[in-house]
Ligand binder design. Structure first.
Ligand SMILES: Cc1ncc(COP(=O)(O)O)c(C=O)c1O
Length: 395
C-alpha cells in the first residue's frame, strides 16, 4: 500500500512510548513494589462536574442524540459568549463561536481554512507537538523558533520579525503553553499581532489552558486585542472533560462560513450528548467547582516547582498556568548514569516508578535536556514522587 507523503511526514508521539512502557511496568509490579506514579499525563485527574454528568444522562434519556448544527447548539454558543462577558468583560457574539470536537478539531478546521500548501506558520520551540502536525497535514510548514527564557519561552516581536519570510502566513502561539505552563505577555502579543496584520498574516492563539491561568494579569484572552485573532479553546482542561471531545473556536466573522462548511463535510457536528452536557459547565456551582480545582492545580504547582528546584532541576521560566513544569534535568544525569533526558526518563521510571514526559516531542530547542512533569496528579502522589526522587538524587 502506498502511504501518502502527508501521513508519512507526521512524526510519532514519543510520549506515548513512555506511557506504554509505564503501563507495561505497572502491570509487572508486585504488591510490595512502589506503585507507578504518572507525571507524564496531559489531562486533569478530575472528572466532569456533577451537573455535566447529570445532563449527559438526561440528554440520552430524552433522546437529544440527533445530529446538531455543524457549529453547535445555540444555547451552548450563547453560554460561551456569556462566559467571555463575565470573565473578561468582552462581548463575543455567539455567531463567531464555533463548537468543535475538542481543540484538536478547532485547530484542524482553522488550519484547513487558512493555510495553503507551502505556507509557513511560525511557532515557538518548545510547543505542543500536535499543533505543528495540524499545519503539516494541510501541506503547510511549521517553522519552529527557539523561544528564550527571558521571554518566558514564548515568542517575542523580534523573533517573529526576524523569521518572517515571503512564505510566512502567520503565527500559532499557545498561552499558557504546553509543555512550559508559561503565558505570553499581552503587550508582546499585541505587538506581534500588529506586525502579523501588517503583513496580511493571521494570528492563531491556542487558549486551551486559559481558564487555568494563575496570575490575574495573564488570565486574559487574546480576543481582547482584536476581532481578527483566531482563538482556540476547549472543554478538556479547565472544564475537566477530556474524553467528551468538545472545544470551540472564536473566529473573525468572515471565517465562520468556511469553518461551517468544513465542519459539515468533515464530521457533520460535534457530539450532541457532550454539547447538551456541557451546558452544565456554566451553572454557578460548576463554575465554583472549576475555580476550586484551579486552586488545587496552583497549590500543586507551588509545591512541585519548589521541590524540583531543591532536588537540582532547573526551571528556566516558572509556570503561571496549565498543569506542567518544564524542567532541565542535566545536573542530575550523573545520579542516573545518563546523558540525555530520554534515557533519564526511562532510568527514572526503572528506579522510582515515576513516569514523566521526555522533552524530544516538543521541539529541538535544548529539549534533549528537558522533561515535562504534570501536576495533574493528587498532592499525595506528588509528595510521594518527590520523596522517591530525593532518595536517589540527594543520597
Ligand atoms: C496546547 C494544546 N492544544 C490542544 C490540545 C488538544 O486538546 P483537546 O483536543 O482535548 O481539546 C492539547 C491537549 O493536550 C494541548 O495541550
Amino acid at each position: 500500500m502506498q502511504i501518502s507523503q502527508r501521513a508519512q511526514t507526521i512524526e510519532p508521539f514519543f510520549v506515548m512510548e513512555v506511557a506504554k512502557a509505564a503501563l507495561r511496568m505497572a502491570e509487572q509490579l508486585s504488591q510490595e513494589d512502589w506503585p507507578m506514579i504518572y507525571l507524564n499525563i496531559g489531562e486533569p485527574d478530575f472528572t466532569a462536574a456533577p451537573s455535566v454528568q447529570q445532563r449527559a444522562i438526561k440528554a440520552i434519556e430524552e433522546g437529544l442524540t440527533q445530529y446538531t448544527p455543524a457549529l453547535g447548539i445555540e444555547p451552548l454558543r450563547q453560554c460561551i459568549s456569556k462566559w467571555y462577558e463575565t470573565q473578561f468583560g468582552l462581548h463575543v457574539p455567539s455567531s463567531r463561536i464555533c463548537i468543535t470536537s475538542g481543540a484538536s478539531s478547532a485547530l484542524q478546521l482553522a488550519c484547513l481554512a487558512l493555510i495553503e500548501p507551502g505556507d509557513e506558520i511560525l511557532m515557538p520551540d518548545p510547543s505542543y507537538p500536535c499543533n505543528r502536525h495540524f499545519i503539516t497535514a494541510c501541506g503547510g510548514r511549521a517553522k519552529l523558533i527557539g523561544a528564550q527564557a527571558e521571554n518566558r519561552l514564548q515568542l517575542s516581536l523580534a523573533n517573529v520579525q526576524d523569521h518572517w519570510g515571503p512564505k510566512t502566513k502567520g503565527v500559532l502561539l499557545a498561552s499558557p503553553s504546553n509543555p512550559t505552563g508559561t503565558s505570553i505577555a499581552l503587550d508582546e502579543l499585541k505587538k506581534i499581532h500588529a506586525f502579523v496584520k501588517s503583513q496580511n498574516g493571521v494570528t492563531l492563539v491556542d487558549e486551551i489552558y486559559l481558564g487555568l491561568s494563575f496570575q490575574l494579569e495573564q488570565a486574559c484572552t487574546a480576543l481582547v486585542l482584536d476581532e481578527d485573532i483566531v482563538s482556540i479553546n476547549s472543554f478538556s482542561k479547565y472544564f475537566n472533560m477530556t474524553g467528551w471531545r468538545l472545544g470551540w473556536l472564536v473566529t473573525p466573522a468572515e471565517l465562520v462560513s468556511p469553518i461551517e462548511r468544513l465542519a459539515q463535510n468533515l464530521y457533520i457536528c460535534p457530539s450532541a450528548i457532550a454539547q447538551h452536557a456541557a451546558l452544565g459547565c456554566f451553572e454557578p456551582q460548576s463554575l465554583a467547582l472549576f475555580e476550586q480545582r484551579k486552586s488545587a492545580f496552583k497549590e500543586r504547582r507551588d509545591y512541585l516547582v519548589k521541590a524540583l528546584l531543591e532536588l537540582g532541576f532547573e526551571i528556566p521560566a516558572l509556570p503561571d498556568g496549565a498543569f506542567y513544569v518544564w524542567a532541565n534535568c542535566q545536573k542530575l544525569y550523573s545520579s542516573l548514569g545518563v546523558n540525555n533526558s530520554w534515557d533519564f526518563t526511562f532510568e527514572l521510571m526503572k528506579r522510582t516508578h515515576i513516569a514523566v514526559a521526555p522533552g524530544r516531542d516538543f521541539g529541538q530547542n535544548d529539549t534533549a535536556h528537558f522533561i515535562r512533569l504534570s501536576t495533574a496528579s493528587s498532592m499525595t502522589s506528588l509528595i510521594e514522587a518527590v520523596s522517591r526522587m530525593k532518595a536517589i538524587f540527594t543520597s
